[in-house]
Design a protein around this ligand. Sequence first.
Ligand code: GLN
Length: 307
Amino acid sequence: MNYQLILDEIAHEVSCLSNKGKVADYIPALANVDPEQFGMSLTLFDGTQYSVGDSNTLFSIQSISKVFTFTLALKFYSTNLYKRIGREPSGDPFNSLVQLEYEHGIPRNPFINAGAINVTDALISYFGNSTKASEEIFQFIRDISDETSVNCSKIVATSEMDHGFRNMALANLMKSFNNLDNDVYDIIQTYFRHCAIEMNTKMLSRAMLYLANHGVDPINGMVHITEQQAKRINAVMLTCGHYDASGDFAFHVGLPGKSGVGGGIAVVVPQKMGICVWSPGLNAQGNSLLGTIALELFATKTGMSIF
Ligand code: GLN
């Protein structure tokens, strides 16, 4: 298959669309990102990469980081993790408070904000303190992307901290139900630090490979998680990876993936490749507008879908 041609066609087709979506201005540091940008990359199991557009530009990975923190929490806690977090789609916006109240502080899944904050808390407990937890999260992302330079933007993390009232509310609500162990401020700061990690589509498409290959990095052979854990993470990505648009994404694209409000979407094609697309303009559910369309075009042109 001529992947370069397919990516070039997709980039051309989305560039003709007039509605590019709206950047996530609730995080002031992200409000000024140019919505015209678009990049897409895919990485095959032998390391070959194909890219188009702004594939070298670093962007805020935001909720895509939740896949990596969930991976670590599942690795260390195994199924005990599900005592504190569910694995059902929420059907609600990513930062919603209502469901958390009537479900007694147990977040529906690890990919909505409440769930990811809870996962961060579990990792802080596991590693003993928030500094060590942050270091381990960063190191894991450096390992799977094979990119030692991966780091977070202090500007974005501080901006989120200054405006993170909803996330603070989610954390305080869970704390009131005794479903968080550590200091709320400490947890939220650690959560924002991993959301503010910056990567490009090349790095992220490479980072998804362990999930496409049963938990093992197909390039260097590193075993990150068990085959069963990789299967579970892909299932949760498919059912919960795009908040209240998860059903729509499965319907149109049919591949496990995770979006972030920075405009990135990272996707797994089982046994074949990792993909990442980035375009900062979002749709109403907080997923990249052009990114979602690009992935639908990719699935249609290549016939790659798990269905
Ligand atoms: N850091 C963002 C937040 O907590 C992540 C949300 C997202 O990417 N959907 O609001």
